[in-house]
Design a protein. Structure first.
Lengths: 145, 278
């Protein structure tokens, strides 16, 4: 028991997704199966959003297919959620990501795109075509009766 | 990737400085003191490094012998390790496999050398591929293209104006100089007579304060090209494979360097998702 518990905790920690960039709320990165083809994407607000040096804070969202092509792009959102307007395909794997854009003391700045991260450190590896964005999977099509 | 890093580090004689971690982006305080920024590039061309296949049958025979023995040892270690689960018979099996593996070493070396002598390309063909690769790198002017990408992107996505400074020209009125260093290109792959190789690219860039030449920030990005091919294929058709890889990389590299230096606002360290879940 003395050995099993720490091992289990270590395993759990290793399985917990680490996130770079803004934190997602929905779909959850550790339970990415959703029950609609028009998901509502939600994320945590920019951590320093109430800093007076930050102005014109907006968010950009992208939904990509698993080969990295951008399917849905919405820029300049002022709220921390985005309702997908046109239904996605049933039983498909997608990726999504979000970033904040703002002015810091009047100069344009942005956060990196949210993504899953293997390490607590930012690695100097240029990932092409795409990093590990946040996955979700749409439900299977309900059978018509 | 770790293997590639180790190979690069060993090749460059720079063990321990492999760029595994990105430095923090420049602080907003530092950015506010950049002043007028010039962008230039280092026009020195570095040779393509890394693996070169055996040149001719004698070299091929030597490498083949070593590769054969390495393969023999690998199989021997695998079988010896696997036989540890055989219960009471384990010591006998392990000793048997170890003895057999060691006894087979000269045979493996012989087979490897015969294969190596037959498979090795001739020295002139290899040298032609080396020259084709180097010529392609000379003509590509990769650091210049990365610098041009940075300048182009800066004009649409930055409030600071970046100015092009040709290498060797005066820096009148420039406060901070961004230098795109020569890309380090290394072909990496397993030790063999003529193995499939991948191109590893390391691209550095730095920001230096002109008044006292103090380096303010330096970053190195690494990219491992997914294409795998033998050395001669990398040099084929005027190094078409290498040129294609570089063509695809200059734009994303330039954009990423620009973001790191001027645009990305640091957030807290990467976070465990569950810890901050509301």
């Amino acid at each position: 028991m003395k050995i099993v518990l720490p091992l289990a905790l270590m395993l759990l920690a290793a399985c917990t997704p680490r996130i770079s960039g803004l934190m997602p709320i929905e779909p959850a990165p550790d339970n990415s199966r959703i029950d609609t083809v028009r998901p509502l994407l939600k994320w945590e607000p920019m951590p320093e959003g109430d800093d007076p040096r930050i102005t014109e804070l907006v968010y950009d969202v992208q939904i990509l297919n698993d080969s990295g092509s951008v399917l849905v792009e919405r820029n300049g959102l002022t709220v921390c959620e985005f309702q997908v307007e046109h239904p996605l395909e049933y039983a498909h794997a997608y990726l999504w990501t979000v970033r904040a854009r703002f002015r810091w003391d009047g100069r344009r700045r942005q956060t990196e795109w949210s993504r899953l991260s293997d390490s607590s450190e930012r690695l100097a590896v240029l990932t092409i075509p795409l990093p590990r964005y946040l996955p979700f999977r749409t439900p299977t099509k309900p059978s018509s009766q | 990737l770790l293997l590639a890093l180790a190979i690069v580090a060993a090749h460059c004689g720079c063990g321990g400085v492999a760029p595994a971690r990105l430095p923090d982006t420049p602080s907003e305080d530092l950015r506010s003191r950049f002043g007028r920024i010039g962008v230039t590039w280092n026009a020195v061309v570095e040779p393509v490094g890394g693996f070169v296949p055996a040149r001719g049958s004698w070299d091929g025979a030597g490498r083949g012998a070593v590769a054969g023995m390495l393969a023999d040892l690998k199989i021997t270690i695998g079988l010896t390790g696997a036989s540890a689960v055989a219960g009471e018979a384990a010591p006998f099996l392990m000793a048997g496999f170890l003895g057999l593996g060691l006894a087979m070493l000269p045979v493996s070396a012989m087979i490897g050398s015969i294969y190596g002598a037959a498979a090795a390309p001739d020295a002139r063909t290899v040298q032609a591929a080396v020259d084709a690769l180097q010529g392609a790198v000379d003509r590509q002017q990769f650091p210049r293209r990365v610098a041009e990408t940075i300048l182009g992107r800066a004009s649409v996505s930055l409030d600071d104006r970046l100015e092009e400074i040709l290498p060797g020209t005066r820096l009148d009125g420039i406060d901070t100089l961004l230098v795109v260093e020569p890309a380090r290109l290394v072909l990496v792959g397993p030790y063999n007579v003529n193995p499939d190789l991948q191109l590893l690219l390391l691209q550095s860039a730095s920001l230096t304060r002109v008044s006292d030449h103090r380096m303010l920030y330096q970053v190195t990005l690494l990219h491992l090209v997914s294409a795998k091919a033998p050395f001669l294929s990398w040099g084929k058709d005027d190094a078409a494979l290498l040129r294609s890889a570089l063509d695809q990389l200059s734009q994303p590299l330039g954009e990423r360097l620009l973001e790191e230096m001027f645009l990305l606002h640091p957030l807290p360290e990467n976070q465990d998702w569950k810890k901050v879940k509301p």
